[in-house]
Design a protein around this ligand. Structure first.
Ligand code: ADP
Ligand code: MG
Ligand code: MG
Length: 244
């Protein structure tokens, strides 16, 4: 589904990612952990193809297609979707209008998704304008449900979400990824950044990686890695080039 080959990424003149290798199979969900400022968000932005994140060497392959030099909208058309850590406010664009624009199948009824995410009263409002933290995340998840990507990147989906919304978020992300025993057809793939690991209560996760100073330092069972970090700190990961 997604393959990164020795990916180096720079913002301006500064190299942030120093050779990332990653292979996510169809149906797999990977978890990305690591300290603040280590380059986790940069990795997602570079995979999605935003201009400021320059791939200086290496490759991004999506479903066998080299997308390293392709623009964001083409990657989206190939099935990539992203939820930002801090989603931007979009003045002058109403949520309802946006949902119609990004719906790839205009005959599909998106009303059930809108109801499911509790966003019926938000359709006439500008995207994220004055939304609370939880409302922003619900709106972003709803947009993903409508866009229906097959490779989903989530940047700290739990941040800024109150306890009441956490359950809805977790369930909705599991639905998006089709990553739960109750979904027969586990076709989608994901890359999820998390600090708390709460999202793992809702998802079947397959692999974990720890990013430190722009490099992967640790790979393995994400629950074991989280336990290691909680007990011994990120420094322990510096020593574990091996699989946890
Ligand atoms: P993380 O998500 O792991 O906290 P980031 O990817 O956000 O880390 O940041 C990695 C490094 O890149 C940080 O030093 C950060 O200051 C820098 N950085 C991120 N975005 C920008 C930007 N738009 N301009 C300049 N530096 C940036
Ligand atoms: Mg290299
Ligand atoms: Mg980040």
């Amino acid at each position: 589904m997604l393959e990164l080959q020795d990916l180096h990424v720079a913002i301006g003149d500064r190299e942030i990612l120093h050779g990332i290798n990653l292979h996510i199979e169809q149906g797999e969900t990977h978890v990305l952990m690591g300290p603040n400022g280590s380059g986790k968000s940069t990795l997602l932005m570079a995979i999605m193809g935003f201009d400021a994140y320059k791939v200086t060497s290496g490759k991004i392959i999506m479903n066998g297609v080299d997308v390293t030099d392709k623009p964001v909208h083409e990657r989206a058309r190939l099935g990539m979707g992203i939820m930002f850590q801090r989603p931007p406010t979009i003045s002058g664009l109403k949520l309802g209008k946006m949902l119609n624009v990004i719906n790839p199948d205009k005959d599909r009824d998106i009303q059930p998704a809108i109801t499911r995410m509790n966003m019926v009263d938000f359709l006439e409002r500008d995207i994220n304008q004055g939304f609370s933290g939880g409302e922003i995340k619900r709106s972003e998840i709803l947009q993903m449900m409508v866009q229906d990507p097959s490779f989903i990147m989530l940047d700290e989906p739990e941040s800024g979400v109150d306890l009441e919304n956490i359950h809805l978020m977790g369930e909705s992300i599991a639905f998006l990824l089709q990553k739960h025993q109750r979904f027969a057809n586990r076709k989608n793939s994901g890359l999820v950044i998390t600090h708390t690991g709460y999202i793992m209560d809702y998802l079947d996760v397959d692999k974990g990686h720890v990013m430190i100073n722009g490099e992967f330092k640790c790979h393995g069972n994400p629950r074991d890695i989280l336990k290691l970090i909680k007990e011994k700190g990120y420094n322990e990961c510096l020593r574990c080039d091996k699989i946890v």
